[in-house]
Design a protein around this ligand. Structure first.
Ligand SMILES: C[S@@+](CC[C@H](N)C(=O)[O-])C[C@H]1O[C@@H](n2cnc3c(N)ncnc32)[C@H](O)[C@@H]1O
Length: 337
């Protein structure tokens, strides 16, 4: 995935403005912290201006890619959903707004809730930079974005929104706070609630907990699972997807990386209060290519399975060849030959 040019440009400008130079130490510190630190709802994992800018330069492109992909799958599952309002809990620099507004032009307003003042500041800077960019290409921005500085675990009560997102944030909360927050967010959801987590075993387990809780309350799970039954994935396996993100020069510098891309692993679940049509199976691992056939690891409504598509199944083979991990898959009987 290539980030939209106005976001890339805004990230470049804002991180240069904040740090003067890209700082690999801050980027590494932040990655280590997200990996290792004990979670507590009262501690922020980013502290200094330098670290916040490093988050934007080093992590935001990947979290954008994961949120954007998950939203794309939601759009496929409920194509008539045209949200006008967004609530983003733990908004950081506003990543979910960028992703959602690139999927739905219908979005008119957003409330972005974040407790770190510096994150809100940099998020506003990003939008300001981009507004300049859009104005320069004569595309007026008339969106209504409200930044709320609040602690999600406090008595803060969200207003209701068509689309509600909690991306890469519930891992920063204690189990009790997590449950309370998910409940608050579900109560505030008019259309769809999306929860995204890092694609680790722990991230997947947190998603599973939310899945069990919300299904027990009558939520319709629209993605990624094709059913509401118990998750058929068994440890040490775990359910996660992957999105390849092109790296900018700044990103390579921040991550001291040579490759022109990085793969962001993420887990997610999307729930709706709307009507949704029947789900298809989902490709849960990268398709495996052999001489003359392709194997697709699927999660289907009858559990996990490996489907073999041979070159002689011309149409289906062509579709499989262009399919990716995370895509829906209409089982062969439902695909016209
Ligand atoms: C890893 S960042 C993710 C930011 C953004 N959602 C994204 O995907 O790029 C987590 C954000 O949640 C915020 N956060 C964590 N706990 C919070 C809380 N209790 N109240 C409000 N914000 C919180 C952090 O300050 C941080 O900006």
């Amino acid at each position: 995935m290539q980030l939209p040019p106005d976001l890339l440009e805004a990230i470049d400008r804002v991180t240069a403005k904040q740090c003067n130079k890209a700082n690999p130490d801050s980027a590494k510190k932040i990655s280590d912290r997200y990996r290792n630190e004990q979670r507590s709802s009262h501690q922020s994992l980013v502290h200094t201006k330098d670290e916040i800018a490093a988050y934007v330069g080093a992590r935001m492109p990947a979290t954008y890619a994961a949120i954007y992909s998950a939203l794309g799958y939601i759009k496929m599952r409920v194509p008539e959903f045209s949200p006008t309002s967004l609530l983003d809990a733990g908004a950081g620099p506003g990543t979910a707004w960028w992703a959602a507004s690139n999927i739905w032009e219908t979005l008119e307003k957003a409330e972005l809730v974040e407790r770190v003042t510096g994150m809100i500041q940099i998020g506003k800077d990003l939008l300001y930079q981009s507004e300049e960019h859009r104005q320069s290409i004569k595309e007026p921005l008339n969106k209504n974005i409200l930044w709320t500085e609040a602690d999600l675990t406090s008595s803060w009560v969200p207003g209701s929104s068509d689309l509600v997102i909690a991306a890469y944030v519930i891992n920063e909360l204690t189990e009790k706070d997590r449950q309370l927050l998910i409940q608050k967010l579900w109560n505030a959801t008019k259309g769809v609630l999306l929860i995204v987590e890092p694609g680790t075993t722990m991230g997947w387990k947190r998603i599973l907990q939310a899945r069990d809780e919300l299904i027990s309350q009558g939520a319709t799970l629209i993605a990624p699972c094709p059913h509401h039954r118990m998750c058929p994935v068994i440890e040490p396996d775990w359910c996660h997807f992957s999105e390849r993100v092109n790296r900018s020069r700044l990103h390579r510098q921040l991550k001291s990386g040579e490759l022109s891309y990085e793969d962001e692993k993420y887990s997610y679940a999307a729930f709706t209060k709307l009507e949704a049509g029947p789900a298809k199976s989902r490709i849960r691992r990268h398709p495996i290519f052999y001489n003359g056939y392709i194997e697709l690891p699927l999660c289907s409504d009858t559990g996990l399975k490996l489907v073999k598509i041979t070159r002689s199944q011309k149409v289906i083979y062509r579709i499989a060849k262009h399919s990716s991990i995370g895509d829906e898959w209409a089982e062969s009987s439902k695909v016209a030959e």
